[in-house]
Design a binder for this molecule. Structure first.
Ligand SMILES: O=C(CO)COP(=O)(O)O
Length: 148
């Protein structure tokens, strides 16, 4: 991949083991990109990648419940995030549900690819579209559909 991407990585506590596995599996790829993480996820990602001998640029925001999702959502709004991997715990309630919904919503509004499981994340980072200069992502159109 030619472009250096800024990739958001966020995982809830019960999904952090999956995130650590995923970053190790993709350590070669991730070594070329800037990773932006919520606080606890970022520490685990850094430790896992460093153990693999990979030292990418990593920015840690606040922990999720303390506003980390909100900080990453603000980066999405400012077009500073190219893609996000957000491993959500769908089996346990989170105290900061509103912030989680905000991050997901801002990614949808601003047309930022967001993977919520490992399979989607693997497909996303291996897409040839990243290097296709003729490809223009189509933003969502909020117009009412009228049937003729
Ligand atoms: O809660 C989170 C995302 O909603 C993740 O935050 P941490 O990475 O700080 O645990």
């Amino acid at each position: 991949m030619r472009k250096k991407l800024t990739i958001a990585l966020v995982a809830h506590d019960h999904r952090k083991a999956d995130m650590v596995d995923w970053v190790i599996f993709n350590s070669d790829f991730l070594s070329h990109h800037h990773l932006v993480c919520t606080g606890t996820t970022g520490g685990l990602v850094r430790d896992a990648l460093n153990e693999e001998g990979v030292f990418p640029e990593i920015t840690c925001m606040n922990s999720g419940p303390m506003g980390g999702d909100a900080e990453i959502a603000a980066m999405v709004v400012r077009k500073e995030i190219d893609l996000a991997v957000f491993l959500i715990d769908d089996l346990n309630a989170q105290p900061h549900e509103a912030d989680i919904m905000m991050l997901l919503r801002q990614c949808r509004i601003h047309n930022v690819p967001i993977a919520c499981n490992r399979y989607s994340a693997d497909l996303m980072i291996t897409s040839s579209l990243w290097d296709d200069l003729s490809y223009v992502p189509m933003p969502p159109r909020y117009e009412k559909f009228e049937r003729n």
